[in-house]
Design a protein around this ligand. Structure first.
Ligand code: ZN
Length: 240
């Protein structure tokens, strides 16, 4: 089975559309949360995921937009975007988001937004944090988002090896446990503004990371029209 794995779409429909068109036919779409928040098209992104029959989990921004967690822990711009998003979400999108779990398992993979021990808030961004989380899931591998950076953490005898996969990078999965991050579709933060996506071949046990150009200005124009914070608009062009 070929699985397209996406995360942190953040209501950026032009980015999601470009990713889905670029990766070509796949058998399943898995998403790792933060479907909404920051971006200008929350309802449309939820509709696209429903149409693609996406499986997956909710993130902190999804939970905040639903009022399920307090947005006081967000920075000012993120909080403004959460409030805007909460006003935009229609009932159909809200119902679909509310049904998403914080954690799910499928085959060899556990899916969470943040980390397996704290699916809502924790960032798995360093070797020590990854190591502390390696025992917190039951499957051989765990897929996470939240950092907006493509990352590989792989168990080794004396700890964890950390890799930052670039466009076209491939990893063959073996008996070593891993925590894998596809990077962000809708708001990359690794200095590369292109959308990031991961393709997972569950028969060949191969994972591939790809970067995809999308019409950034289109998203930015929609954000301006919506009155979303200037920094959230600017950062898309810089991948920060
Ligand atoms: Zn996010």
């Amino acid at each position: 089975m070929l699985v397209c794995v996406v995360s942190d779409i953040h209501a950026n429909l032009p980015a999601l559309r470009s990713v889905l068109a670029s990766v070509g036919p796949f058998d399943a779409l898995w998403q790792l949360g933060d479907i909404v928040g920051y971006g200008p098209q929350p309802d449309e992104v939820v509709a696209a995921l429903r149409e693609a029959d996406a499986g997956g989990v909710r993130g902190n921004h999804d939970a905040a937009a639903l009022g399920a967690i307090d947005s006081r822990d967000f920075n000012r711009d993120a909080r403004a975007a959460v409030r805007w998003t909460a006003r935009q979400l229609g009932q159909a999108a809200r119902t679909w988001l509310e049904a998403l779990p914080e954690r799910t398992m499928t085959g060899d993979f556990t899916l969470v937004h943040g980390s397996p021990r704290d699916p809502v808030w924790e960032y798995v961004h360093t070797g020590p944090v990854a190591q502390a989380n390696l025992a917190a899931f039951e499957t051989p591998h765990c897929l996470v988002g939240h950092t907006h950076t493509p990352l590989i953490f792989r168990q080794r005898r004396d700890g964890v090896e950390t890799l930052q996969p670039t466009d076209g990078a491939r990893l063959t999965l073996d008996e070593r446990r891993t925590i894998l991050n596809p990077g962000s579709v809708g708001q990359p933060r690794d200095g590369d503004p292109r959308a990031s996506v991961m393709l997972l071949d569950t028969e060949q046990h191969v994972v591939e990371w790809r970067r995809v150009e999308y019409p950034i200005a289109e998203t930015q124009d929609l954000m301006r029209d919506a009155g979303l914070p200037a920094w959230l608009i600017e950062r898309l062009a810089r991948g920060l």
